[in-house]
Write a protein that binds this ligand. Sequence first.
Ligand code: PEP
Length: 265
Amino acid sequence: MNRKPIFAANWKMNMGVSATEDFLKSFLSKLQGQSFHAEIVIAPPFVSLAKLADILRSPSASNEAQAIQIAAQNCSEHDAGAYTGEVSVLMLRELFVHYVIIGHSERRAIYGETDATLNAKIHKAREANLKPIFCIGETLAQREAGQLEAILRTQLTAGLKEVSDKDLAELVIAYEPVWAIGTGVTATSAQAQDAHAFVRSVIAELYGPDSAAKLRIQYGGSVKPGNAAELMACPDIDGALIGGAALEPQSFLEIIRNGSCTQDS
Ligand code: PEP
């Protein structure tokens, strides 16, 4: 199965408008003339989405720039109204947003987002034709207690409740072991591959083997230029969700280059 790998930069609460402009200037000049068998996605903070869209969707933008997809880091599960501080899916659509990260472990742990909330966000995103990057993953304590598979199964089953086969086809899953996010500790390629294969097997139970075979599953957790090739060479790993190492244009580009050269073209 030739799944196009997807490399997504999750800038978290970094990179305001002028830092976004600086990043793109450097990143786009490095990207010029290069082609990868990979989809490139950038998820800036909400306030930088308009700047990203201005640059990447300008009629004079290069083909490489036009091909970069824009993502949001979160969305509201509501349409509009009295939800101070929230951003709706329709507002995101106006800014050329294509993907939305849903269920990042920081949203789950710091902001208390539950499986039910995340499920509502996935449905809301699909109503607006946004593609969810749905994050799942276990804590170290859960892994050490032998709960890895149970946790992943619950997050998948509850998060994808009543998500249709058609909508699943527009979704990406990001497996991110919480203990590897921002810690510098990466899962070994064997640990990551095992978890990805398990996720794919649960999707096969829920949606059938064809849907499972087509689904892209990204790995996230301290991905760097030096470990990208080994991780991406695993048969069930289809790209990466990258935090810290995607804040710097050269290292983001090297991850894409090192990670995509191991994939089928
Ligand atoms: C993330 O934020 O999703 C992430 C994987 O971060 P980092 O690459 O910094 O571990």
